[in-house]
Design a protein around this ligand. Structure first.
Ligand code: IMP
Length: 178
């Protein structure tokens, strides 16, 4: 088995390029059906989702828009701790069918904190697409509407996902060797 090294850690092949491509196509087909005539607005969350979003969007054949945002968290002044803000969210979501594109939902913390800000704009609907979902790691309640792969609670890299900045350019997905 072809293991790879990223920084100080070893990773082994987990999801092949072809299985990812097949899954992304089937997610796009479902979305094409479910959003026909609704002119959805896809919001891809950077950095991790850039490859997934690009590949998925190429297979979206219905009328649709896409924008890319980055989430930044900083320590708020209130005791609630982290505050999440979206950089680059310049679209009006009112009455739009919004589809969030995430590379991976792990604990659910990021989306759990960020989604209320989107609901605040009163979209017609708001759904979440995640290429990867780690159900065992879920701490904060987030309903993932479209999941590519449910995976065990192990760290993965590749296909846009990084380990301390490296590994995003690996075409397949690799899992940490423990
Ligand atoms: P959550 O807020 O815990 O759901 O974390 C979501 C974010 O953590 C993702 O968008 C990723 O950037 C990062 N993340 C979680 N698990 C992994 C992993 O296994 N590999 C790479 N990044 C991960």
């Amino acid at each position: 088995m072809q293991t790879i090294r990223v920084h100080d850690k070893l990773f082994e092949p987990y999801l092949s390029e072809s299985s990812i491509a097949e899954k992304v196509k089937s997610l796009a087909e479902k979305l094409n059906k479910d959003y026909e005539g609704k002119k959805p607005l896809f919001i891809a969350i950077l950095n991790g989702s850039f490859i997934f979003a690009a590949d998925l969007f190429k297979s979206i054949s219905i009328e649709a828009e896409i924008c890319f945002i980055k989430l930044a968290s900083y320590k708020g002044t209130k005791s609630s701790g982290q505050v999440i803000t979206a950089i680059g969210l310049d679209m009006d979501l009112f009455n739009r069918h919004v589809v969030i594109l995430e590379d991976i939902v792990d604990t659910g913390k990021t989306l759990n904190e960020f989604l209320p800000q989107l609901y605040h704009q009163q979209p017609a609907s708001l759904k979440i697409v995640a290429l990867l979902h780690k159900p065992e790691a879920m701490v904060f309640p987030v309903n993932v509407d479209y999941t590519g792969f449910s995976i065990p609670n192990k760290f993965v890299v590749g296909y846009g996902l990084d380990y301390n900045g490296l590994g995003r350019n690996i075409a397949a997905i690799y899992q940490l060797v423990e």
